[in-house]
Write a protein that binds this ligand. Sequence first.
Ligand SMILES: Cc1cc2nc3c(=O)[nH]c(=O)nc-3n(C[C@H](O)[C@H](O)[C@H](O)COP(=O)(O)OP(=O)(O)OC[C@H]3O[C@@H](n4cnc5c(N)ncnc54)[C@H](O)[C@@H]3O)c2cc1C
Length: 429
Amino acid sequence: MELTELTQLAGIMVAGAASMRAAISVASFAGRRYQYARQEKKYIAQFRHVTARVFEDAPVQRQKTELLWQGKRKFRVVNRVYENYNQDVCSFYLEPFDGRSIPSFRPGQFLTFSVPVPGQAEPETRCYSLSESPAVRNYYRVTVKRIGAPPDAPEGTPPGQVSDYFHNHLQTGSIIDVYPPSGSFCLEENTEKPIVLIAGGVGITPILSMLNWLAATRSNREIWFFYGVRNRGEHAMYEYLQKLAGHMRNLRMVVAYSEPTNMCRHNVDFHLRGNITEEILRPVLEARDCDVYVCGPAPMMSALGRAFQNIGVPAENVRSESFGAASLVVADTAEVQKPEPEAEQAFQIEFARSGKKVEWSPGDGSLLELAMANGIKARCGCRQGVCGTCAIALKDGEVDYERTPEKTPAPGKCLPCVARPQSNLVLDM
Ligand SMILES: Cc1cc2nc3c(=O)[nH]c(=O)nc-3n(C[C@H](O)[C@H](O)[C@H](O)COP(=O)(O)OP(=O)(O)OC[C@H]3O[C@@H](n4cnc5c(N)ncnc54)[C@H](O)[C@@H]3O)c2cc1C
């Protein structure tokens, strides 16, 4: 072959390779676009059947729920999905074993579970927030974080019993006992006010239900969502939240990582380093009259309680839930000026079943806290006077409540999780 022919052939081959590469990249781009479009379609289809509707009043809803379902009901796990990189947050999809319909709920409410922890005679009771929106009518979803032993606990301390049971024992096909949805930490519907959602760690679950509902009903409300978590490893529902933020033009999402690692991309995965603080919230909260919803761990609740007070957010605009006994208190001026309480009073409490008599003073907190501090095992769920699982007979004496229980105890009974003594007591505990 002549040199010129060789050069021509080489030229043809280079041009051929280049156009093949171009064709491959066009095809893969088109493929990615197609896949993306399919995902989008699937995502949007989830919400297509939903029409905006206003919830019934809470008492009406509760009555309807009680007609459908009282006490425990069996549910089957139909799917389980890890929701974060660390695989310590897992969603469980539950369908009723009896195949009958399930009552709707309000975004933010929770289910109470009765769990047969291996090696224990009595089942344990725990609450888990519904993390899907009520727009999904054929199953419930809860999202559970596996709780290990506290870092400073002595060796041999067991991990969290029920979260461990969920992660290790509940597989697709497992059956579990569930009490109906309840809870008063719910999205307020009859308003168009801007809304500020703040979640810390696994406290994202009820907030996610609210967000999903706002998305499903195509709410036009201005929505701010602040999510505080340690890092990308713990970041729950990462892809889903990114997608949601992309779809909802009225949603501003701000993610704060308190312990970012090398794998955490600033301004991609997260926006701010550290916790969600007064400085971060001030510009948003000062500029608008908004509804604020907070769910997070105890230190977050106390920090934000102070922050809201300093910023001047009216207490009635803030709703909160903590997964432990902690609660968020936004003190208002009237409360700050309250006179000092009268001298502390102590009462004798007899736990008849356990045969223990102890003294209660206000520093001991609720009757449930007093019982637990004295090694008395008590059944409890929400610790907020909502689920009613801790109800026990009050054999003698009088109690009052730190907050009005949502579930009124039957005559002769009390809810020790929120009850404080008003006299010496005898309890069936
Ligand atoms: C209304 C509400 C909604 C909730 N929603 C959710 C939700 O959506 N998702 C979620 O993940 N959680 C949620 N929770 C929290 C959940 O109910 C449980 O409290 C949580 O899963 C821990 O329960 P557990 O049985 O795993 O841990 P527990 O058995 O109660 O143990 C708690 C901790 O105590 C430690 N411990 C045990 N024994 C000892 C000992 N002897 N000494 C020292 N430490 C010890 C354990 O290691 C563990 O760290 C919610 C709570 C409420 C009240």
